[in-house]
Ligand binder design. Structure first.
Ligand SMILES: Cc1ncc(C[n+]2csc(CCOP(=O)(O)OP(=O)(O)O)c2C)c(N)n1
Ligand code: SF4
Length: 272
């Protein structure tokens, strides 16, 4: 990892993440995926919004944009349209991507624009002290839900599927090798690719929800995630409260930037 740190991280440490936070694991998986694919650092852009997870962009030695809360995807869309040859990777939190940025998320999925979006899902607004997000479980505790969350959460992967994303995957920080593989696959996919990374926030979520130590939170991931193929063969009572990991969907569809290039050609009178 030492080599990867020197190559891919800016000499900007210490970071802001609390001890036991899963954000470092997810960021390491992103870097390992990039390294595995041998991506050109000068042709790779990392874009994030605002939140603990979104701080990752500032630590990484690529072309990076640390933007406004919820707006990572529109900024990334702009980068991808003007630099179609760049790999554009969005690092975003569950609040960033599905609350204030929810509209951007579904429309980028609908357009099937060739972005890789890694959602750090810690089920809460971590940075601002533990308000519930659209991914906080029903009856989960949050500073804005001291008697339990009334809302039903989104299933992020189902939301992405319904909106038109063509690569959808999920893993946890316990399954770091799988998470790395899925991020690499998402980067290679030509279209809107989303990887939900289930990660522990022991401070703003774990404490309120009595989940114990950071190690216990990771054990919870181990005990509740099931590979999607294995899950399909299990009985309903065996999968109650569990969630699938792996590639959940991969499909095809015309891609937004390619179509946009065709429009430019047509407008210039040089293409169909
Ligand atoms: C327009 C705007 N609204 C609200 C905020 C305050 N704010 C900063 S981070 C954040 C939530 C972060 O939650 P999430 O995106 O899930 O990331 P995490 O901190 O959990 O990694 C909010 C509401 C802001 N910075 N800008
Ligand atoms: S508040 Fe939560 S998400 Fe933010 S750095 Fe601390 S543990 Fe991580």
């Amino acid at each position: 990892m030492e080599e990867l740190i020197t190559k891919y991280f800016r000499p900007k440490l210490p970071h802001i993440w609390c001890p036991g936070c899963g954000n470092g694991i997810v960021t390491a998986c992103v870097v390992r995926a990039i390294d595995k694919l041998g991506l050109n650092q000068d042709q790779t852009a990392i874009v994030s919004g605002i939140g603990c997870s979104s701080r990752a962009s500032g630590y990484l030695n690529f072309d990076t944009l640390h933007t406004a809360h919820g707006r990572a995807i529109p900024f990334a869309t702009g980068v991808k349209l003007t630099k179609p040859d760049h790999n554009v990777i969005v690092l975003t939190g569950d609040g960033d991507a599905t609350a204030i940025g929810g509209n951007h998320f579904i429309h980028a999925a609908r357009r099937n624009i060739n972005l890789t979006v890694v959602v750090f899902n810690n089920n809460i607004y971590g940075m601002t002290g533990g308000q519930y997000s659209p991914l906080t479980p029903h009856r989960g505790m949050a500073t804005t839900a001291p008697y339990g969350n009334v809302d039903r959460p989104f299933d992020l992967c189902d939301l992405a599927k319904g909106a038109g994303a063509t690569f959808i995957a999920r893993a946890t920080t316990y399954h770091a090798t799988l998470l790395t593989e899925l991020i690499a696959k998402a980067i290679c996919h030509k279209g809107f690719a989303i990887v939900e990374a289930i990660t522990a926030c022991p401070i703003s979520f774990g404490r309120q929800n009595k989940m114990g130590s950071p190690a216990n939170m990771i054990k919870w991931q181990r005990d509740n995630a099931i590979m999607v193929d294995a899950m399909a063969k299990m009985k309903p009572e065996q999968i109650e409260g569990k969630f699938p990991i792996g590639v959940l969907y991969q499909g095809e569809g015309f891609e937004y930037v390619t179509e946009y290039q065709k429009v430019i050609k047509r407008a210039m009178g040089s293409g169909k």
